[in-house]
Design a protein around this ligand. Structure first.
Ligand code: CMP
Length: 395
């Protein structure tokens, strides 16, 4: 079985969140430490007091970090087919798609500094830049950093539009100042590019004071530019703030009676029981292809599908569950590890009930306990049955 292979074991150690085992945690800590130490090294090597004395040690340490990052990169490509996201693709496709992901490209860039320092010592500044970029590898282990990345990626279009507007205003104001101040201050406004320095400092409302208007027209243009600058900077701030709001909303939504009543299991419950249940349930929005539970993990909650579709990945058999269905009950009721990996085959809205609440609620409402247990029993026997052919991929 795939679970027994070295690749599967490596996947469970290397893939963030795949397992909570000690080796997985040690690997994550070592990976974070390697990133932080290599960045510290990159910073130290730019300090003239340290650099000459420690040059050799810094170079050796960089070689060591390069080995670590290279092994990590190759391992991630090797284990890529183990990801449930690539359950229906070939190993080669899984690796290619993984290699083209932004995080993998960053991993690759993180290996380069040592080679640049060795073969092209004159391009040392590029190496330092790549060394510092390693910081973003922490996104793999930091949900907050990953969230910022997602927000920037999702708001790319409006941010690009705001950037274009900023460029247009900069160009206009710099041209106007070149025409208005060029004769009075030829050393400061000798050309449009020279006036652009004034433009950036003014539109950013920084105003160093090294380049100031002296003509009345120049002063008028400066006043308007400062006001435009305030608006221009408010735009991306607003866009990013809205992006964060969407990100938060995407993770959670308000659980309503109508969602709960869509689950057939709950139809027999009276008003007060439903109210109690609504207060216990949490919500989760899951994007398509994201893993929800993983086989072998300890189960701490179960799920009801309010909308969307999930796939239970049994060996050789993918079972689809849709709105009103539930999953994750087997680990809770049986006190055993998760029997299968479940992946969202469509963007889904799930209602989540913690294990303790499942026990509490079913004890209070025994009419729920029976169908849950029956489903768990049936699924257990189905899971060990002869595998049926996998269904066609979702449209
Ligand atoms: P659990 O073992 O907690 O986590 C994986 C879930 O997949 C499991 O609970 C069930 O809810 C679901 N599952 C396992 N086998 C089947 C099956 N044969 N049919 C439908 N769902 C299943």
């Amino acid at each position: 079985m795939a679970d027994d292979t070295a690749r599967r074991r490596a996947y469970l150690v290397v893939e963030p969140g795949a397992s909570q085992s000690l080796p997985a945690r040690l690997f994550a800590d070592a990976s974070v430490l390697a990133v932080l130490a290599s960045i510290a090294l990159a910073i130290i090597q730019t300090v003239p007091e340290f650099a000459p004395a420690m040059h050799l040690a810094i170079f050796d340490a960089e070689a060591l970090f390069t080995c670590w990052f290279a092994i990590e990169y190759l391992t991630r490509l090797w284990i890529a087919p183990e990801s449930p996201v690539y359950a229906r693709t070939s190993a080669l496709q899984a690796r290619l798609r993984t290699a083209l992901m932004p995080m993998s490209l960053l991993d690759l860039a993180c290996i380069l500094p040592w080679f640049i320092l060795t073969w092209f010592p004159k391009a040392g500044s590029v190496a330092v830049l790549l060394q510092v970029l390693r910081f973003f590898r922490l996104g793999r282990y930091s949900p907050a950093l990953a969230g910022v990345g997602r927000v920037l990626a999702s708001e790319l279009r409006p941010l690009a539009a705001a950037g274009m507007l900023g460029l247009a205003v900069l160009l206009l104001s710099a041209t106007a100042m070149y025409l208005a101040e060029g004769d009075a201050q030829p050393d400061k406004f000798s050309s449009i590019p020279a006036a652009m320095y004034w433009g950036v400092v003014t539109l950013a409302t920084v105003g160093y004071g090294d380049v100031v208007p002296v003509t009345p027209l120049g002063k008028a243009i400066t006043s308007v530019s400062i006001l435009c600058g305030l608006i221009l900077f408010a735009l991306p701030v607003g866009i990013i703030a809205t992006g964060f709001l969407h990100e938060i909303r995407n993770r959670a939504f308000i659980v309503t009676y109508s969602m709960v009543s869509r689950v057939p299991l709950f139809t027999g419950l009276d008003g007060s029981a439903l109210a109690e249940l609504v207060s216990m349930l949490k919500s989760r929005r899951i994007p398509r292809n994201v893993e929800i539970v993983r086989a072998g993990e300890a189960g701490d909650c179960m799920f009801f599908i309010a909308s969307g579709e999930v796939e239970v990945l049994l060996p050789g058999n993918h079972i689809r569950l849709g709105p009103g269905d539930f999953f994750g009950e087997m680990a809770i009721l049986g006190g055993v590890p998760r029997s299968a990996t479940v992946v969202a085959s469509r963007a889904s809205e799930l209602l989540v009930l913690d294990a303790a609440d499942v026990v509490k609620f079913t004890a209070k409402h025994p009419q729920l306990a029976e169908p849950l247990r029956a489903a768990a029993e049936r699924r257990k026997s189905e899971g060990t049955a002869e595998p049926a052919p996998a269904p066609a991929p979702a449209p």
